[in-house]
Design a protein around this ligand. Structure first.
Ligand SMILES: [Fe+2]
Length: 209
């Protein structure tokens, strides 16, 4: 039943693997644990992201809440050594999930999380990313919210600190990548704000917070 929620009653199961395969939040947590627990801080970050997603899951429709939580568990699975394909973790994770038979919408959310298209354009991975559909939705926004609420070590930073961290120049970054990292800031803030507004609609008491 739970896997039906992942793709709007489609993809209840992986037809290649048989009816016993469920793609629910527990399966997502297990897969993330298998591949990311050895990676230290990243596992702490992913656990915190999933926790934040659970906390705000009400912003998504009833049929999409588990999708959001699964995406939170798996959004950084592309950092796992076993996921390495093209060297761009959003696409690597999405391809891995597709290969494992996870619902296409989940793979696409992972592929595009946190404005990955801007980074993809700067590192020559737009074609690979374009193989996954981009969606604008409460679920996609909530995934941004949860990811940004979780610092690299799992602790909750301020939004400004988290965004500053995402803009840190990495070894090998050229001007296009530096610009792309900075260009994510406003759309990410917008996604966080939309999620906060939806939360206020779900929990009116938050209006005075
Ligand atoms: Fe993340």
């Amino acid at each position: 039943m739970v896997s039906r929620l992942l793709d709007g009653a489609h993809l209840a199961k992986d037809s290649r693997r048989g009816p016993e395969v469920l793609h629910d939040a527990e399966a997502a947590r297990s897969l993330a644990h298998l591949h990311l627990a050895p990676l230290g801080n990243l596992w702490a970050h992913v656990q915190a992201t999933a926790q934040h997603a659970e906390e705000i899951a009400a912003v998504a429709g009833p049929l999409e809440r588990e999708l959001l939580i699964c995406a939170a568990w798996l959004h950084d699975i592309g950092h796992a050594p076993a996921a390495q394909r093209v060297g761009f973790h959003p696409v690597d994770g999405a391809v891995m999930l597709r290969e494992l038979g996870w619902p296409e919408r989940l793979a696409a959310l992972v592929a595009h999380h946190c404005e990955a298209r801007l980074i993809a354009a700067a590192c020559g991975r737009s074609r690979q990313l374009s193989e996954f559909a981009h969606e604008e939705s409460a679920v996609a926004d909530a995934l941004v919210y949860a990811d940004l609420a979780a610092g690299h070590d799992g602790r909750r930073p301020s939004l400004r600190t988290r965004l500053d961290d995402l803009e840190l120049i990495q070894p090998g970054d050229g001007p296009a990548m530096i610009q792309a990292r900075a260009a994510r800031r406003l759309p990410l803030i917008a996604a966080v704000h939309r999620t906060e507004q939806r939360l206020q609609g779900v929990h009116p008491a938050l209006r005075s917070a």
